[in-house]
Design a protein around this ligand. Structure first.
Ligand SMILES: Cc1cc2nc3c(=O)[nH]c(=O)nc-3n(C[C@H](O)[C@H](O)[C@H](O)COP(=O)(O)O)c2cc1C
Length: 205
């Protein structure tokens, strides 16, 4: 077992450390996923536990990756089932995979919903007008529709649409990375559950 202490080890002492490179690689990939629409990490699968205790999962866009806080973020319509599920079971898993990099990143964490607060106000005000439009639907995601139109009928005013908007902040407790390689797959687990220091283990792929 090796222990990585982000607080006390500076860049010079870290850079020879294979785990350090992997840790940085994960966060670089996540930051790129937020910033670059074409990045394979721009979307991820967010897995939750539903009201019946069964698994649920869906694709969402990666909206934030904060290495210092060890938080990733996404956003959506507060009326959608995932928000109800997270209120009941805050433990979630996020899975990302890059085909060109042959790299899987699996993140386990605790999800926190932000709704109608200064954080969501700031994010809403920075959103492209087009992106706000989806929140104008009067129908909750998953609700049965009588017609088969994909258009939003009877959109609610934008001020009301804001109340549908929410974010999910996932405080990461564990990172599991897997590189596929002809020379042998490499898998590492970072445990961030206790804050500093982070512990890193090479584990069997
Ligand atoms: C490429 C892609 C990106 C998506 N991004 C989001 C997103 O950022 N937020 C979101 O709530 N739903 C997003 N969705 C829709 C979800 O996958 C899902 O269908 C919807 O949110 C309802 O999920 P739920 O019923 O599990 O709450 C996306 C779907 C696709 C295919």
């Amino acid at each position: 077992m090796e222990t990585l202490d982000r607080e006390t080890l500076d860049r010079e002492t870290f850079c020879a450390d294979a785990f350090r490179d992997e840790w940085e690689g994960v966060w670089n990939a996540l930051r790129d996923g937020v910033a670059t629409r074409k990045s394979p990490f721009h979307t991820f699968t967010l897995a939750t536990v539903n009201e019946e205790g069964e698994p649920d999962a869906r694709t969402v866009i990666l909206r934030g990756a904060d290495e210092t806080e060890r938080v990733i973020a996404c956003q959506g319509d507060i009326r959608s089932p995932k928000f109800r599920q997270i209120r009941l079971h805050s433990t979630v898993v996020a899975v990302l995979y890059s085909v060109p990099d042959k790299r899987q990143i699996r993140l386990r964490g605790s999800a926190e919903i932000r709704h109608e607060d200064t954080h969501t106000e700031a994010r809403w005000s920075r959103m492209y007008p087009m992106s706000r439009e989806v929140y104008r639907t009067p129908f909750a995601p998953g609700e049965l529709l009588s017609g088969d139109s994909s258009q939003i009928s009877d959109p609610v005013p934008l001020e009301q649409a804001y109340h549908h908007f929410a974010t999910i902040q996932i405080k990461i407790t564990e990172i599991d990375t897997l590189f596929l390689s002809a020379d042998g797959h490499r898998r590492t687990r970072f445990d961030c559950s206790t804050g500093h220091p982070i512990t890193a283990h090479r584990i069997a792929p």
